[in-house]
Design a protein around this ligand. Sequence first.
Ligand code: SF4
Length: 85
Amino acid sequence: MAYVICEPCVGVKATKCVEVCPVDAIHPRPDEPGHKEAEQLFIDPNTCISCGACAAVCPANAIYAEEEVPAKWKSYIAKNAEHYK
Ligand code: SF4
């Protein structure tokens, strides 16, 4: 199980999540190549320890535990994982 960044992040990329993640699971960070071009941030499901810290600070309410992702945004589960393939 991992947390997933959904549609409200698109065009927002607030990056508060990046600052609080204890395992550096959220990319591209502002200091990484591709950050400016990325339409949203993504959580690496293989690194995320499901602490929930990112969801708590997201001003866009874009982040959900995988099993709590709203039905309309289910495709974002694969979308986050795809970013790391
Ligand atoms: Fe990082 Fe915790 Fe969010 Fe997973 S749930 S991405 S470990 S802050």
